[in-house]
Design a protein around this ligand. Sequence first.
Ligand code: SF4
Ligand code: SF4
Length: 338
Amino acid sequence: MALTRREFLRICSGSAAAAGFSQLLIPEVYKALAEAAAGNPSVLWLQGMSCAGCSVSLLNTVHPNIKEVLLEIITLEFHPNVMAAAGDLAMSVYEDAITKKAGQFFLVVEGSIPTKHDRYCEIGEYQGKVKTMADLTKRLGNAAKAIIAVGQCATYGGIPGAAGNYTGAVGVQDYLKKPVINIPGCPAHPDWIVGTIAHVLLFGMPELDRFGRPKAFFGKCIHDNCERRRDFDEGKFAKHFSDEGCLYELGCKGPLTYADCPQRRWNNHVNWCVQSGAGCRGCTEPGWPDKFSPLFERTPGVILPGVRTTADRVGKVLGVLTAAGIAAHFVGWKAAKR
Ligand code: SF4
Ligand code: SF4
Protein backbone atom coordinates (compact mmCIF):
# COMPACT_ATOMS: atom_id res chain seq x y z
CA MET A 1 0.00 0.00 0.00
CA ALA A 2 1.52 3.32 -1.08
CA LEU A 3 -0.18 5.45 1.55
CA THR A 4 1.51 5.30 4.94
CA ARG A 5 -0.24 5.80 8.24
CA ARG A 6 1.79 8.96 8.79
CA GLU A 7 0.60 10.39 5.47
CA PHE A 8 -2.94 9.39 6.22
CA LEU A 9 -2.88 11.16 9.58
CA ARG A 10 -1.40 14.23 7.92
CA ILE A 11 -4.34 14.28 5.53
CA CYS A 12 -6.76 13.78 8.41
CA SER A 13 -5.44 16.36 10.79
CA GLY A 14 -2.99 18.58 8.93
CA SER A 15 -3.59 21.72 6.95
CA ALA A 16 -5.19 19.57 4.28
CA ALA A 17 -8.18 19.17 6.57
CA ALA A 18 -9.31 22.66 5.71
CA ALA A 19 -9.66 21.63 2.08
CA GLY A 20 -11.96 18.83 3.04
CA PHE A 21 -10.99 15.30 3.88
CA SER A 22 -13.84 13.99 1.78
CA GLN A 23 -12.41 15.69 -1.30
CA LEU A 24 -9.08 14.09 -0.54
CA LEU A 25 -10.58 10.64 -0.52
CA ILE A 26 -9.95 10.77 -4.23
CA PRO A 27 -7.37 9.88 -5.29
CA GLU A 28 -4.94 9.20 -2.42
CA VAL A 29 -7.03 7.71 0.34
CA TYR A 30 -9.61 6.33 -2.04
CA LYS A 31 -6.94 4.40 -3.94
CA ALA A 32 -5.43 3.01 -0.76
CA LEU A 33 -8.86 2.10 0.53
CA ALA A 34 -9.77 0.37 -2.70
CA GLU A 35 -6.57 -1.69 -2.49
CA ALA A 36 -7.12 -2.54 1.14
CA ALA A 37 -10.79 -3.25 0.80
CA ALA A 38 -10.52 -6.43 -1.25
CA GLY A 39 -13.64 -8.32 -0.34
CA ASN A 40 -15.42 -5.08 0.65
CA PRO A 41 -15.80 -5.17 4.43
CA SER A 42 -19.39 -5.25 5.57
CA VAL A 43 -20.64 -2.35 7.65
CA LEU A 44 -23.94 -2.50 9.50
CA TRP A 45 -25.46 0.73 10.76
CA LEU A 46 -27.68 0.47 13.83
CA GLN A 47 -29.81 3.48 14.75
CA GLY A 48 -31.19 3.81 18.27
CA MET A 49 -32.50 6.78 20.24
CA SER A 50 -31.37 9.74 18.19
CA CYS A 51 -32.58 12.39 15.77
CA ALA A 52 -30.77 10.70 12.84
CA GLY A 53 -28.72 13.89 12.52
CA CYS A 54 -25.44 12.00 12.30
CA SER A 55 -26.78 10.03 9.33
CA VAL A 56 -27.84 13.28 7.69
CA SER A 57 -24.44 14.79 8.44
CA LEU A 58 -22.66 11.85 6.87
CA LEU A 59 -24.90 11.17 3.91
CA ASN A 60 -25.71 14.67 2.76
CA THR A 61 -22.73 16.82 3.55
CA VAL A 62 -20.02 15.01 1.66
CA HIS A 63 -22.20 13.82 -1.19
CA PRO A 64 -21.31 12.54 -3.76
CA ASN A 65 -17.95 11.22 -2.60
CA ILE A 66 -19.50 9.38 0.29
CA LYS A 67 -21.61 7.45 -2.22
CA GLU A 68 -18.47 5.96 -3.71
CA VAL A 69 -17.12 5.12 -0.28
CA LEU A 70 -20.32 3.45 0.82
CA LEU A 71 -20.94 1.54 -2.39
CA GLU A 72 -17.45 0.75 -3.65
CA ILE A 73 -15.11 0.70 -0.66
CA ILE A 74 -17.29 -0.76 2.03
CA THR A 75 -20.52 -2.65 1.70
CA LEU A 76 -23.08 -0.82 3.75
CA GLU A 77 -25.42 -3.72 4.25
CA PHE A 78 -27.89 -2.06 6.59
CA HIS A 79 -28.83 1.56 7.08
CA PRO A 80 -32.41 2.28 8.14
CA ASN A 81 -32.65 5.62 6.34
CA VAL A 82 -31.21 4.76 2.95
CA MET A 83 -31.78 1.06 2.30
CA ALA A 84 -34.56 0.03 -0.03
CA ALA A 85 -35.40 -3.27 1.67
CA ALA A 86 -37.95 -3.46 4.49
CA GLY A 87 -39.53 -5.99 6.82
CA ASP A 88 -38.03 -9.48 7.17
CA LEU A 89 -35.81 -8.98 4.14
CA ALA A 90 -34.09 -6.02 5.80
CA MET A 91 -33.99 -7.44 9.31
CA SER A 92 -32.51 -10.70 8.06
CA VAL A 93 -29.30 -8.76 7.36
CA TYR A 94 -28.79 -8.28 11.10
CA GLU A 95 -29.67 -11.88 11.92
CA ASP A 96 -27.41 -13.28 9.19
CA ALA A 97 -24.51 -11.14 10.41
CA ILE A 98 -24.91 -12.47 13.94
CA THR A 99 -25.24 -16.13 12.96
CA LYS A 100 -23.07 -16.38 9.84
CA LYS A 101 -20.58 -13.48 9.80
CA ALA A 102 -19.32 -13.14 13.35
CA GLY A 103 -15.99 -11.31 13.38
CA GLN A 104 -16.32 -10.29 9.75
CA PHE A 105 -18.31 -7.06 9.90
CA PHE A 106 -18.04 -3.61 11.43
CA LEU A 107 -20.88 -2.21 13.50
CA VAL A 108 -21.61 1.51 13.43
CA VAL A 109 -24.05 2.63 16.11
CA GLU A 110 -25.94 5.92 16.05
CA GLY A 111 -28.16 6.79 18.99
CA SER A 112 -28.31 5.71 22.60
CA ILE A 113 -29.70 2.54 24.16
CA PRO A 114 -32.55 2.47 26.72
CA THR A 115 -31.85 0.48 29.86
CA LYS A 116 -35.13 1.00 31.74
CA HIS A 117 -37.21 -0.98 29.27
CA ASP A 118 -36.35 -2.65 25.95
CA ARG A 119 -39.56 -1.47 24.33
CA TYR A 120 -38.53 2.21 24.56
CA CYS A 121 -36.60 1.68 21.31
CA GLU A 122 -37.65 -0.89 18.74
CA ILE A 123 -35.79 -1.40 15.48
CA GLY A 124 -38.21 -3.66 13.64
CA GLU A 125 -39.74 -7.11 13.49
CA TYR A 126 -38.24 -10.36 12.27
CA GLN A 127 -40.39 -13.42 11.76
CA GLY A 128 -43.13 -11.83 13.82
CA LYS A 129 -40.92 -10.94 16.78
CA VAL A 130 -39.95 -7.44 17.85
CA LYS A 131 -36.23 -6.67 17.68
CA THR A 132 -35.18 -3.97 20.09
CA MET A 133 -32.20 -1.64 20.15
CA ALA A 134 -30.97 -3.14 23.41
CA ASP A 135 -31.07 -6.71 22.09
CA LEU A 136 -29.47 -5.90 18.71
CA THR A 137 -26.75 -3.76 20.26
CA LYS A 138 -25.79 -6.62 22.51
CA ARG A 139 -25.86 -9.40 19.89
CA LEU A 140 -24.38 -7.40 17.01
CA GLY A 141 -21.84 -5.76 19.32
CA ASN A 142 -20.60 -9.10 20.55
CA ALA A 143 -20.33 -10.48 16.99
CA ALA A 144 -18.72 -7.42 15.32
CA LYS A 145 -15.06 -7.14 14.38
CA ALA A 146 -15.07 -3.58 15.73
CA ILE A 147 -17.70 -1.14 16.98
CA ILE A 148 -17.78 2.52 16.05
CA ALA A 149 -20.17 4.69 18.05
CA VAL A 150 -21.16 7.78 16.06
CA GLY A 151 -22.52 10.98 17.61
CA GLN A 152 -22.97 12.22 21.16
CA CYS A 153 -25.95 9.89 21.85
CA ALA A 154 -24.17 6.65 20.88
CA THR A 155 -20.93 7.63 22.58
CA TYR A 156 -21.91 9.15 25.91
CA GLY A 157 -25.73 9.10 26.04
CA GLY A 158 -26.24 12.58 24.60
CA ILE A 159 -29.58 14.36 24.84
CA PRO A 160 -31.60 11.15 25.51
CA GLY A 161 -29.28 10.54 28.48
CA ALA A 162 -29.48 14.10 29.83
CA ALA A 163 -31.12 15.12 33.11
CA GLY A 164 -34.45 13.39 33.54
CA ASN A 165 -33.43 10.45 31.36
CA TYR A 166 -36.72 8.59 31.65
CA THR A 167 -35.53 5.77 29.41
CA GLY A 168 -32.21 5.17 31.18
CA ALA A 169 -30.38 6.03 27.95
CA VAL A 170 -26.67 5.23 27.79
CA GLY A 171 -23.96 5.11 25.13
CA VAL A 172 -22.63 1.91 23.60
CA GLN A 173 -19.53 1.49 25.74
CA ASP A 174 -21.50 1.91 28.95
CA TYR A 175 -24.12 -0.53 27.73
CA LEU A 176 -21.76 -3.23 26.50
CA LYS A 177 -19.10 -2.61 29.15
CA LYS A 178 -16.39 -2.90 26.54
CA PRO A 179 -14.24 -0.42 24.65
CA VAL A 180 -15.54 1.02 21.40
CA ILE A 181 -14.26 3.72 19.06
CA ASN A 182 -16.12 6.88 20.00
CA ILE A 183 -16.83 9.61 17.45
CA PRO A 184 -18.87 12.13 19.42
CA GLY A 185 -20.46 15.38 18.27
CA CYS A 186 -24.00 16.62 17.83
CA PRO A 187 -23.83 15.73 15.03
CA ALA A 188 -20.54 14.01 14.26
CA HIS A 189 -18.58 15.62 11.43
CA PRO A 190 -18.64 13.44 8.27
CA ASP A 191 -14.83 13.61 8.04
CA TRP A 192 -14.57 12.18 11.55
CA ILE A 193 -16.81 9.26 10.57
CA VAL A 194 -15.28 8.52 7.16
CA GLY A 195 -11.74 9.17 8.40
CA THR A 196 -12.14 6.78 11.31
CA ILE A 197 -13.68 4.03 9.18
CA ALA A 198 -10.86 4.55 6.65
CA HIS A 199 -8.25 4.27 9.41
CA VAL A 200 -9.78 1.05 10.71
CA LEU A 201 -9.79 -0.46 7.22
CA LEU A 202 -6.30 0.71 6.29
CA PHE A 203 -4.33 0.54 9.51
CA GLY A 204 -6.53 -1.04 12.18
CA MET A 205 -7.45 0.62 15.46
CA PRO A 206 -6.68 4.37 15.56
CA GLU A 207 -4.93 5.90 18.55
CA LEU A 208 -7.62 6.88 21.04
CA ASP A 209 -7.75 9.32 23.94
CA ARG A 210 -9.01 8.37 27.40
CA PHE A 211 -12.61 8.87 26.26
CA GLY A 212 -12.20 6.51 23.31
CA ARG A 213 -11.98 9.31 20.71
CA PRO A 214 -9.52 9.14 17.79
CA LYS A 215 -6.70 11.55 18.66
CA ALA A 216 -6.36 12.56 15.00
CA PHE A 217 -9.68 14.39 15.24
CA PHE A 218 -10.12 15.07 18.96
CA GLY A 219 -6.57 15.69 20.13
CA LYS A 220 -6.65 19.48 20.21
CA CYS A 221 -8.47 21.96 22.43
CA ILE A 222 -10.89 24.22 20.52
CA HIS A 223 -9.77 27.24 22.57
CA ASP A 224 -6.10 26.80 21.62
CA ASN A 225 -6.90 26.93 17.91
CA CYS A 226 -9.74 29.43 17.82
CA GLU A 227 -9.48 32.51 15.62
CA ARG A 228 -10.84 34.60 18.52
CA ARG A 229 -8.16 33.40 20.92
CA ARG A 230 -6.27 36.67 20.62
CA ASP A 231 -9.41 38.50 21.77
CA PHE A 232 -9.59 36.21 24.79
CA ASP A 233 -5.93 36.82 25.62
CA GLU A 234 -6.44 40.58 25.29
CA GLY A 235 -9.60 40.57 27.37
CA LYS A 236 -11.91 41.57 24.53
CA PHE A 237 -15.17 39.80 25.21
CA ALA A 238 -18.36 40.01 23.17
CA LYS A 239 -21.40 41.11 25.18
CA HIS A 240 -23.92 40.21 22.48
CA PHE A 241 -23.83 37.45 19.87
CA SER A 242 -23.38 39.92 17.03
CA ASP A 243 -20.36 41.54 18.70
CA GLU A 244 -16.76 41.00 17.76
CA GLY A 245 -14.53 39.49 20.41
CA CYS A 246 -14.21 36.28 22.33
CA LEU A 247 -17.52 34.53 23.09
CA TYR A 248 -16.48 33.19 26.48
CA GLU A 249 -18.73 35.56 28.44
CA LEU A 250 -21.65 34.36 26.29
CA GLY A 251 -21.06 30.77 27.27
CA CYS A 252 -18.52 29.47 24.76
CA LYS A 253 -17.26 26.06 25.94
CA GLY A 254 -14.19 26.07 23.69
CA PRO A 255 -11.73 26.07 26.62
CA LEU A 256 -13.12 22.74 27.83
CA THR A 257 -13.71 21.04 24.48
CA TYR A 258 -11.49 18.87 22.30
CA ALA A 259 -12.16 18.67 18.55
CA ASP A 260 -10.65 20.07 15.36
CA CYS A 261 -13.64 22.23 14.36
CA PRO A 262 -11.54 25.44 14.01
CA GLN A 263 -9.35 23.82 11.34
CA ARG A 264 -11.85 21.48 9.73
CA ARG A 265 -14.99 23.63 9.82
CA TRP A 266 -18.46 22.45 8.89
CA ASN A 267 -20.89 22.45 5.95
CA ASN A 268 -18.30 21.37 3.45
CA HIS A 269 -15.64 23.25 5.38
CA VAL A 270 -17.26 26.69 5.08
CA ASN A 271 -17.84 27.73 8.68
CA TRP A 272 -17.94 26.59 12.28
CA CYS A 273 -19.71 27.46 15.52
CA VAL A 274 -17.42 30.26 16.75
CA GLN A 275 -16.94 31.75 13.31
CA SER A 276 -20.71 31.94 12.89
CA GLY A 277 -20.89 33.82 16.20
CA ALA A 278 -22.63 31.15 18.27
CA GLY A 279 -19.66 29.87 20.29
CA CYS A 280 -18.76 26.27 20.96
CA ARG A 281 -21.29 24.28 23.04
CA GLY A 282 -18.95 21.42 23.90
CA CYS A 283 -20.84 18.78 21.93
CA THR A 284 -17.88 16.39 21.64
CA GLU A 285 -17.32 16.03 25.38
CA PRO A 286 -18.53 13.25 27.69
CA GLY A 287 -21.33 14.43 29.95
CA TRP A 288 -22.74 16.87 27.41
CA PRO A 289 -25.17 18.63 27.67
CA ASP A 290 -25.57 18.47 31.47
CA LYS A 291 -21.90 19.04 32.20
CA PHE A 292 -22.02 22.33 30.27
CA SER A 293 -25.45 23.58 31.28
CA PRO A 294 -26.54 26.34 31.22
CA LEU A 295 -25.17 26.28 27.69
CA PHE A 296 -25.37 30.04 27.20
CA GLU A 297 -23.79 31.17 30.44
CA ARG A 298 -20.12 31.72 31.19
CA THR A 299 -18.41 28.50 32.21
CA PRO A 300 -16.65 28.61 35.57
CA GLY A 301 -13.18 27.17 36.05
CA VAL A 302 -11.39 28.89 33.18
CA ILE A 303 -8.37 31.03 33.99
CA LEU A 304 -9.06 34.43 32.51
CA PRO A 305 -6.43 36.73 31.02
CA GLY A 306 -5.01 39.12 33.53
CA VAL A 307 -6.83 37.52 36.45
CA ARG A 308 -4.79 35.19 38.64
CA THR A 309 -7.73 32.96 39.49
CA THR A 310 -10.48 31.01 37.84
CA ALA A 311 -13.64 32.40 36.36
CA ASP A 312 -15.93 31.01 39.05
CA ARG A 313 -14.13 33.00 41.76
CA VAL A 314 -14.34 36.24 39.88
CA GLY A 315 -17.61 35.47 38.14
CA LYS A 316 -19.80 37.93 39.98
CA VAL A 317 -17.34 40.74 39.36
CA LEU A 318 -16.91 39.95 35.69
CA GLY A 319 -20.62 39.62 35.29
CA VAL A 320 -21.08 43.36 35.79
CA LEU A 321 -17.91 44.56 34.10
CA THR A 322 -18.17 45.88 30.60
CA ALA A 323 -15.88 44.54 27.89
CA ALA A 324 -14.01 47.82 28.05
CA GLY A 325 -13.64 47.41 31.77
CA ILE A 326 -12.23 43.94 31.38
CA ALA A 327 -9.78 45.18 28.78
CA ALA A 328 -8.73 48.05 31.05
CA HIS A 329 -8.25 45.63 33.89
CA PHE A 330 -6.03 43.49 31.69
CA VAL A 331 -4.00 46.47 30.50
CA GLY A 332 -3.56 47.59 34.11
CA TRP A 333 -2.42 44.15 35.16
CA LYS A 334 0.12 44.04 32.34
CA ALA A 335 1.41 47.51 33.26
CA ALA A 336 1.74 46.49 36.90
CA LYS A 337 3.74 43.42 35.84
CA ARG A 338 6.12 45.58 33.87
S1 SF4 B 1 -13.63 31.12 24.64
FE1 SF4 B 1 -14.53 30.38 22.71
S2 SF4 B 1 -14.59 32.19 21.34
FE2 SF4 B 1 -13.17 32.66 23.04
S3 SF4 B 1 -11.16 32.09 22.26
FE3 SF4 B 1 -11.92 30.31 23.40
S4 SF4 B 1 -12.95 29.04 21.86
FE4 SF4 B 1 -12.68 31.07 20.93
S1 SF4 C 1 -17.37 23.94 17.76
FE1 SF4 C 1 -17.99 22.91 19.66
S2 SF4 C 1 -20.26 22.82 19.60
FE2 SF4 C 1 -19.51 23.28 17.52
S3 SF4 C 1 -19.39 21.26 16.52
FE3 SF4 C 1 -17.33 21.72 17.35
S4 SF4 C 1 -17.31 20.77 19.40
FE4 SF4 C 1 -19.47 20.88 18.74
